[in-house]
Design a binder for this molecule. Structure first.
Ligand SMILES: [Zn+2]
Length: 154
């Protein structure tokens, strides 16, 4: 079991393993975010919150079906969309063909290595923003996501 840092979302730390009490912790977390913890949602949450990570929907699908080969692609997509909507996870649209789901829903930014496809977290306090334009009339900011694209030096 990975015991990496989970400082942004302490509720997740209790939800890492497969044991019934960990599964119950996941169910509590889902309910706390207004998500009914069905069997398949719990399977998907178990994969997603195993550690802090960035996964594509296809990676989630493959891992869910390693545990239990019964979950459809549509269920995985719909569940991930629901988790994003309920702010359990974040959606990172790296480019129109590459969407990742981030188990760390807290404020942070990313490095994206275009050569390997690897996403790495940047703590929010390491980025200072100046000179953002005024928001459109009647709007509030819902978040600022920065993706710094990198590649190995030639
Ligand atoms: Zn991240």
């Amino acid at each position: 079991m990975n015991t990496g840092p989970l400082k942004h979302n302490p509720a997740v730390a209790d939800a890492a393993a497969v044991s019934p009490c960990k599964r119950e912790a996941l169910a509590v977390m889902l309910r706390a975010h207004g998500v009914l913890p069905t069997h398949q949602r719990l399977e998907i949450a178990q994969v997603m919150f195993e550690r802090e990570q960035h996964l594509s929907a296809d990676q989630v699908l493959a891992r869910v079906n390693v545990l239990n080969a019964e979950t459809s692609k549509a269920t995985v997509y719909n569940t991930l969309r629901l988790f994003v909507e309920k702010r359990l996870i974040r959606e990172l649209i790296v480019d129109p063909c590459k969407v990742f789901y981030d188990s760390n829903a807290g404020d942070h930014h990313h490095f994206y290595d275009v050569s390997s496809g690897l996403l790495t977290d940047i703590p929010a306090d390491q980025v200072r923003l100046q000179g953002l334009p005024p928001l459109p009339e009647g709007m509030v900011a819902d978040g600022v996501d920065i993706i710094i694209r990198t590649r190995p030096r030639d």
